[in-house]
Design a protein around this ligand. Structure first.
Ligand code: BYC
Length: 327
């Protein structure tokens, strides 16, 4: 869609600016970094995009733990590439957040100090090799549902980052699904590995979509401004409706004895998520929160010499405001 620049004469009131901003969103126009936007829109985006970036970076840890233990070269190469992709996603997203006026340092500081949120699902441990398959299918699968929606969001840089990320996440989901299908059709031990991995990741994957709509403080504003076009519960239901039949077709089950197909609504319904656990994990008290944070702090410390070398090089390159002759 062609982008129209917003000229805002100084006599315009804040209400009329907001009205014009909302009319642009209603027309399906993208909001771009230099455009006028309400402060609350900017803050919501910084919150969400930075949390999303942190999730990609912290999300490398549970899978990275298995790179050295992959059962063969092909699986190792696939996993290496996936973990590397997640680092790239973090980079696109930190860049997208920077367009809103926050610095990379501020975002990283918030993560390392334990002030920032990131997806709760990464505070669980990967206890077996098949967990890599379950993460790909369930966790990346859940992320794609959410991100396909965000690819249509009203903020241009976030929406474009999502288009690119979804293309890569599609491969992640397929590699995870392929693993679980193979193991489900393999030896009894492999079947058991696959089922145990699904049992471990089912509930954390459902929690990824966030609290119920009536508990989701941010949803009304995000929907109003076209950042979210579907609610947490709508996306979670789409995920359940896709995954339950697909797992059943492999003779695998979800760890929820109440799960059943409701003929009247045409949806699969199960029991309630353990919301106490959800909020506990978000507040920092999940099985792996402390380990994830300390791994990121250590990685940051280990990278100190690289940052210092890059700064020294940049300073040398700009001596007297000019690049040296050999540059
Ligand atoms: N985990 O009002 P609500 C990936 C927080 S990574 C932690 O409903 P909203 C991958 C929420 O932030 C993909 N916190 O919030 C990477 C809020 O707190 P604040 C990650 C959660 O924003 C590596 C409070 O609870 N995807 O694919 O309307 C390897 C109330 O919630 C969670 C994204 O980040 C949670 N699960 O909706 C493999 C997508 N849920 O900030 C794979 C972008 C809620 O008010 N984010 N909270 O203090 C979103 O779409 C939305 O922010 C959410 C939450 C759906 C997550």
């Amino acid at each position: 869609m062609e982008r129209k620049q917003m000229a805002h004469p100084t006599y315009l009131t804040n209400e009329s600016k907001v009205a014009e901003f909302e009319a642009r969103i209603a027309r399906g126009e993208k909001i771009e970094p230099g455009d006028w936007m309400p402060d609350a829109y900017r803050k919501q985006l910084i919150r969400m995009i930075s949390q999303h970036a942190h999730s990609e970076i912290v999300g490398m840890l549970p899978e990275g733990a298995w790179i050295t233990r992959a059962p063969n070269l092909r699986r190792k190469m696939v996993l290496l590439a996936k973990v590397q992709d997640e680092a790239g996603h973090g980079q696109y997203l930190y860049h997208a957040a920077e367009t809103l006026g926050v610095t990379r340092e501020e975002m990283i500081d918030a993560l390392l100090a334990g002030r920032a949120k990131y997806a709760s699902v990464f505070n669980y441990a990967t206890l077996g090799w098949a967990d890599i398959g379950a993460i790909g299918w369930l966790v990346d699968g859940a992320a794609i549902m959410n991100q396909t929606m965000l690819a249509h969001c009203s903020y241009g840089p976030y929406s474009r980052a999502m288009v690119r990320i979804c293309a890569e996440e599609g491969f992640h989901k397929k590699q995870g699904q392929e693993m679980i299908i193979r193991y489900a059709q393999g030896s009894p031990v492999q079947r058991r590995m696959a089922q145990e991995a699904i049992d471990r990741w089912w509930w954390p994957a459902l929690m990824m979509f966030g609290p119920h709509d009536n508990e989701s403080a941010n949803t009304p504003q995000l929907v109003r401004w076209g950042i979210k076009t579907k609610t947490n519960d709508e996306l979670r239901q789409e995920f359940i409706d896709e995954l339950v039949p697909a797992l059943r077709a492999l003779d695998l089950s979800v760890p929820d004895a109440q799960m059943h197909y409701d003929e009247t609504t045409g949806h699969w319904n199960g029991s309630e998520i353990d919301w106490d656990e959800f909020w506990r994990v978000i507040k920092g008290d999940g099985p792996m929160n402390a380990a994830r944070l300390s791994a990121r702090q250590q990685a940051h410390e280990d990278g100190r010499w690289v940052r210092e070398a890059a700064e020294a090089y940049a300073a040398k390159m700009t001596v007297n405001g000019r690049a040296p002759a050999h540059a």
